[in-house]
Design a binder for this molecule. Structure first.
Ligand code: G1P
Length: 306
């Protein structure tokens, strides 16, 4: 068992090998993680979040057709020289920020055998330390310090910590679902007593879903090596966490109530772009003005505008 406070997480793992089928045909040639959310790839928000939380060493677990991700986090001297020559300091800073925000490393998954299998590819990079896993579909607002809180809970209790969100019973079959018990740490920190990946609604232990942030004990790797394919024939991280719970290892949940932008499906992606753009200093004022006008002309019944 991990002794509380023994080691602190310093590294982040970001699985990016998914095929992005929900965004076809765009994702035929562009990794879904690079689709722009306003003017930054979704993935840049995730890397920036890891760096802000004190995890400057990032490993991306990639797959085929993901070379553009490596290019994005690499320097582009010709582009930088051109912007410098034009004196375009704002864009130059934006181009630099993607390469300077963190030390980004890459490993290939080879075969798409599930999230658990993707995380297992990080074993050599991580070693014997707790580490964070960030899934690219969820962007957490930078004003809400979810990962920071999870890291603090892990440092205090040891073991593993997962981010939870009440998605309502009607949506729970799209997520890993958990059974929990209260702790003395306040209402948003719970002890996880069971996990099941994408259960049928009538079998779900609660409406609390795992969202895409984890701080994991390194013991998860040995469990993942022994974890048989589960739901969808894939090696599930949720199943490995369930084994850790069964073994008596501490697994805590932090119940999130802040701002989350789901870029995983098309409708939520559109909402995320509008929400984030409308809060920006540069684009926000004209976008909000236009949105008010646009919305006032929309038919109320959901019919298409003429
Ligand atoms: C994965 C996990 C699931 C979790 C979800 C969060 O599923 O397997 O437990 O709830 O991420 O986004 P996926 O969305 O990759 O199918």
């Amino acid at each position: 068992m991990t002794s509380p406070g023994a080691r602190h997480a310093r590294k982040a793992v970001i699985p990016v090998a998914g095929m992005g089928t929900r965004f076809l045909p765009a994702t035929k040639a562009i990794p879904k993680e690079l689709l722009p959310v306003v003017d930054r790839p979704a993935l840049e928000y995730i890397v920036a979040e890891a760096a802000r939380a004190g995890l400057p060493e990032v490993l991306m677990v990639t797959g085929r057709n993901k070379a553009a991700i490596e290019d994005f986090f690499d320097r582009v001297p010709e582009l930088e020289a051109a912007l410098e020559k034009k004196g375009d300091d704002g864009r130059l800073a934006a181009v630099h920020s993607s390469t300077e925000v963190a030390q980004v490393h890459f490993v290939r998954q080879g075969e798409a055998k599930g999230l658990g299998h993707a995380v297992l590819q990080a074993a050599a990079f991580v070693g014997q330390e707790p580490f964070a896993v960030l899934l690219g579909d969820d962007i957490i607002d930078e004003r809400d310090l979810l990962l920071e809180q999870m890291l603090a809970v892990q440092a205090e209790h040891g073991g593993s910590v997962i981010a939870l969100l009440d998605v309502g019973m009607e949506n729970i079959d799209k997520y890993g679902a958990v059974a929990v018990e209260p702790t003395s740490d306040g209402r948003d920190v719970v002890a996880v007593t069971g996990l099941v990946e994408k259960p049928p609604v009538d079998e779900a232990p609660s409406s609390l879903a795992i969202i895409g942030r984890y701080v994991l004990a390194p013991e998860v790797f040995e469990v993942l090596r022994e974890t048989a394919p589960g739901r969808g024939g894939e090696i599930q991280l949720t199943d490995a966490l369930a084994t850790l719970v069964e073994r008596g290892e501490p697994v805590h949940g932090v119940v999130f109530s802040g701002r989350r932008y789901d870029t995983g499906d098309r409708l939520d992606y559109l909402k995320a772009v509008v929400q984030l753009a409308s809060e920006r200093d540069d684009l926000g004022p004209p976008l909000r003005a236009w949105l008010h006008e646009f919305v006032s002309q929309l038919p109320r019944d959901g019919a298409s505008p003429s």
